[in-house]
Design a protein around this ligand. Structure first.
Ligand code: ZN
Length: 70
């Protein structure tokens, strides 16, 4: 099955959300960004991430909540 770029991103996001929720994947090891719903490489320069990178997973989630991502 051929996936479009958007479908591929959506699938990767869902999968990494699931893995992170289960504690299998560390927030810093994600290839997708839950906050921006994009590939991590596409928003790595975003100021929101300077914070997220140095802090732990809970801080990343707190940031997402503050930004209304969830
Ligand atoms: Zn991002």
């Amino acid at each position: 099955m051929m996936l479009t770029a958007i479908q591929e991103l959506a699938a990767a996001l869902a999968e990494e959300d699931r893995l992170e929720e289960r504690g299998v994947l560390a927030a810093g090891d994600r290839t997708t960004c839950h906050t921006h719903q994009s590939w991590a490489r596409d928003c790595a320069a975003n100021p929101a991430h300077v914070q997220a990178r140095v802090n732990s997973a809970w801080a990343t989630r707190a940031l997402a909540v503050l930004q209304g991502a969830r």
